[in-house]
Ligand binder design. Structure first.
Ligand code: COI
Length: 340
């Protein structure tokens, strides 16, 4: 049995299962699976395309222990499609659906002893696609490595119980129209580090990215964002610069079924501040695979600071409802869970 700390110390992405799934693509041979192997360092040519021109995409999804003792993955097809879209944008070759599913399922089946037991924990699945061909002219790679690793995880944000404090970033930009914002390209995360580091120094867990005009809200980078006002729940529309999250899509569905008016539209940071000043901003939360549903306690920037109300009724309801579906405690009427 692996030695894992108690659930509250697991954190996110600090422990890894001892197996990896790998498959390689070449133009001549297509995709060839290498199957599940012992977890290992990768051997890469120093001229590999990923190291110079950044052809790298990843995904993040979770598998959960079920109430009846089995295991199930939350919406693997959604993440596969997103990787396909990203691969198209980055001129990469995405793994076919069967290879993706076989890789995930075979790996998880070999690693069930790595599933933590407690509520609030899961196996985080990190499928990754990189260009491995060795060359230096700027062009797409003709060779790719697809691998999947697993990490037993607890909470992403340690501050979650009281909500996270988020810095509204007005200098740096995560994505621009026509760029990579809608893809889960590794480059998006590299570009986000400077702002996140600065925000952390000020005591903020992450940054809220604005659009290129620095007026409209986009996303946090680790999560999509939702604002509950008096008569509607608003989340920024998918404008090509925002990553569409599987949890975002699920939450929109759950909210609408519960009778909330959910609007996907352009949302200005000014509107959120005004709504808070008028007492009309009731809750704000982020959604993501790692973050699940994380309440937002404070939004601030150089020129404003707003505290969110502490009630968070809908945030907690959604968290409980989604967790119950993911753990097989209620019927999965939407077909989101794929049993292993
Ligand atoms: C996820 O929620 O899967 C993410 O990718 C967010 C972050 C850990 C990169």
């Amino acid at each position: 049995m692996p030695q894992l700390p108690p659930a509250h110390e697991l954190g996110f992405g600090k422990y890894f299962a001892d197996q990896i799934f790998m498959a390689r693509y070449t133009r001549q041979g297509g995709w060839v699976s290498e199957g599940v192997l012992p977890y290992q360092a990768l051997k890469l040519d120093p001229a590999a395309c990923v190291l110079h021109y950044g052809q790298a995409l990843f995904e993040g999804l979770k598998a959960f222990r079920q109430k009846d003792g089995g295991f199930a993955i939350f919406r693997p097809e959604f993440n596969w499609k997103r990787m396909c879209d990203g691969a198209d944008r980055l001129c990469m070759e995405a793994p076919p659906r069967e290879l993706w599913m076989t890789g995930l399922v075979d790996l998880i089946n070999r690693c069930v002893k790595w599933f933590p037991e407690e509520r609030g924990t899961a196996i985080y699945i990190r499928p990754t696609l990189i260009g491995t061909e060795a060359f230096l002219g700027v062009r797409p790679s003709n060779e790719f490595l697809f691998f999947v690793i697993l990490s037993p995880v607890g909470n992403y944000y340690s501050e979650d119980s009281g909500g996270v404090k988020i810095w509204v970033e007005k200098e740096y930009l995560r994505a621009a129209p026509g760029g990579l914002g809608a893809t889960k390209a590794a480059a998006n995360y590299a570009g986000s580090l400077k702002a996140a580091q600065r925000a952390k120094k000020k005591g903020y867990a992450q940054v809220l990215w604005l659009d290129h005009s620095r007026t409209a809200i986009e996303e946090v980078g680790t999560m999509n964002v939702f604002f509950r006002c008096k008569n509607e729940v608003v989340t920024p529309e998918l404008d090509g610069s925002i990553l569409e999250g599987g949890t975002r899509a699920a939450v929109i569905e759950l909210l609408r079924e519960a009778g909330h008016r959910v609007t996907e539209r352009k949302l200005l940071i000014r509107e959120v501040i005004e709504a808070q000043q008028k007492g009309e901003l009731l809750e704000a939360f982020g959604t993501g695979t790692a973050a699940v549903i994380t309440s937002i306690a404070e939004l601030a920037s150089d020129d404003f600071k707003i505290q969110l109300p502490r009630e968070r009724k809908v945030t907690f309801q959604l968290f409980d409802q989604l967790s119950a579906i993911q753990r097989g405690e209620v019927r999965d009427s939407r077909g989101w869970m794929v049993r292993i």
